[in-house]
Ligand binder design. Structure first.
Ligand SMILES: [Zn+2]
Length: 84
């Protein structure tokens, strides 16, 4: 079976999705055991997933936690009116 089919399966598994039809987890593992290019690809897929997970978490912390920094309040009126 050609590598691209296994790579679909790798990314599906990394995403926690079902493997594409016709590929079993065992077949995928057997291919990975013998194909360095696909192992490297799997590693990159894993890193990318880690990265997006971390970004999503960081985003959640920024939005969810703590007090938002208030925007500076410009004093309007007062002094300027007096100077005029
Ligand atoms: Zn391969």
């Amino acid at each position: 079976m050609p590598c691209p089919r296994f790579r679909d399966a790798i990314s599906a598994r990394a995403d926690g999705e079902d493997l594409p039809p016709g590929i079993s987890g065992r077949q995928l593992d057997a291919h990975l055991a013998g194909c360095e290019a696909c192992r490297e690809w799997q590693r990159r897929v894993g890193e990318l997933r880690d990265l997006t997970d971390r970004l999503r978490k960081a985003e959640g912390e920024v939005r969810g936690g703590g007090t938002p920094t208030p925007l500076p309040q410009w004093e309007d009126g007062g002094a300027r009116d007096a100077a005029r």
